[in-house]
Design a protein around this ligand. Structure first.
Ligand code: LLP
Length: 420
């Protein structure tokens, strides 16, 4: 459920009519709904009522906007970060360091040092080499880093190949067959408090079965590690729960996920960490765009050329992803169209042969389910600026990320004087 609904024939974000934002802030612009973010946070939290000891750490990569992080911080969420930049954002949004988990397959030495300096709650280590390096850095500071070892369970998450992370051929985690020996070695290092394991098999999962299979393997590993004399107090189950992108799509609700987790982990006796991203932010945001013009197609439907492009919302170009596309003031008439942006490559196509609201030049429209992996994946390709972001709260809104104009990006560049 979200708060982007038609009122008197005009699409609103909560109580703010989208044409007002388009006029006052300009387009393209991402619009987030605070009420939707809070509702999703609460639904996910309640779904895990059956898990006695837990941390919910929002996957910052899904939406790193400071205001969005602040909303979630106020809901008691921590943060799952994968770079020094995300770590600084989580802290700036007021997340307590002990609720910050540092994931990622290629943390640099400087990033490991930053995590130690900020005394974050957990490092998810993805290799023997990374564990040794962190131990050395922690020992030099007289610290013990809290660590989980990320394992690769070799489970097919049945999602898009580019966002699958738990198969043997993916770069993430330590293969299960090596987990015991790596754990034995790293547990000996005095700079580490090696206290558990982590897993994350992929994103936009439409089926709970691969997750259950992966968690089952983790449970078996926990039992094996304990039998070998290790103390296991923490397990991180990652994120991955999918969301409906197409009206009518049915996905497993958080309550089913929570019930499955509670059942599978009932006798583990550990503190569990969750790293949801998309399921919290995805349907809490839309990308508002204006039709530049409608152009007749060669031998197919017309091209609806909007002022948003693949640099603002990369998912369709990158993954062939579907985003529902609706007029802000639908007339009831429909058309079949190719929805495209102005960028000079054919990949800048949001949808082909799409049945959608009839649109004309100047009309406003939205791409839905754009609150996760939307603005954060923007670029300035074709020397377009960085898209603006707005957060709505009831009948008020605020610009939470200024549009970064093409001129401002150019200001960061210099022509060396030896080219004069
Ligand atoms: N934890 C880890 C270690 C992750 O790598 C990810 C996502 C998450 C948590 C959050 O997963 P979620 O709950 O959002 O599914 N750009 C792609 C998605 C990439 C996801 C990468 N990792 C897209 O637009 O679909």
């Amino acid at each position: 459920m979200d708060h982007f609904t038609l009122k008197n024939g005009v699409l609103h974000a909560e109580d703010v009519p989208l044409p007002q934002i388009a006029v006052e802030v300009g387009t393209p612009v991402y619009v987030y709904s605070r009420a939707t973010l809070e509702r999703h946070a609460q639904v996910f939290t309640q779904a895990l009522d059956g898990v006695p000891s837990k941390l919910i750490a929002f996957a910052v990569k899904a939406n790193p906007n400071l205001a969005v992080l602040k909303v979630l911080q106020r809901q008691g969420f921590g943060a799952d970060v994968v770079s020094g930049g995300e770590l600084m954002r989580a802290l700036a949004a007021g997340m307590s360091p002990d609720k910050i988990v540092f994931s990622g397959v290629g943390k640099t030495r400087a990033e490991l040092e930053l995590g130690l300096e900020k005394q974050i709650g957990q490092f998810n280590i993805e290799s023997r080499e990374e564990g040794r390096e962190l131990a050395e850095l922690a020992t030099a500071r007289g610290l013990q880093a809290p660590v989980c070892l990320r394992i690769n369970p070799d489970v097919d998450a049945k999602t898009h190949e580019k966002i699958s992370t738990g198969k043997a051929e993916n770069k993430f985690g330590i293969p299960l067959v090596h987990a015991r020996e790596v754990f034995d070695e790293l547990a000996e290092l005095e700079g580490l408090n090696l206290r558990g394991v982590a897993v994350h098999i992929g994103s936009q999962l439409a089926d709970l079965e691969p997750l259950e299979t992966a968690f089952g393997k983790v449970g078996q590993l926990v039992a094996d590690l304990r039998a070998a004399g290790h103390t296991i107090t923490h397990v991180d189950l990652g994120g991955g729960l999918g969301v409906p992108y197409k009206a009518g799509d049915i996905l497993p609700p958080p309550s089913d996920y929570g019930a499955m987790v509670a059942r599978v982990t009932a006798d583990w006796g550990v503190h569990l960490t969750f790293e949801p991203g998309r399921v919290i932010a995805g349907n809490a945001g839309i990308l508002l765009t204006r039709v530049i013009r409608v152009k007749r197609g060669g031998n197919g439907p017309p091209f609806v050329i909007v002022d948003a492009a693949m640099n603002d919302l990369a998912r369709p170009a990158l993954y062939g992803a579907w985003h529902d596309f609706d007029a802000v003031q639908p007339t009831g008439e429909r058309m079949t169209a190719n929805i495209v942006g102005p960028i000079c490559e054919t990949g800048d196509t949001f949808a082909r042969d799409r049945d959608c609201d009839a649109l004309q030049s100047g009309d406003l429209a939205v791409f839905r389910t754009a609150g996760a992996y939307g603005a954060t994946m923007a670029s300035s390709y074709n020397s377009r600026g960085f898209v603006a972001e707005v957060l709505v709260d009831g009948d008020r809104y605020a610009v939470v990320a200024e549009r970064l104009a093409a001129a401002a990006i150019m200001d960061a560049e210099q022509v060396p004087d030896w080219l004069d």
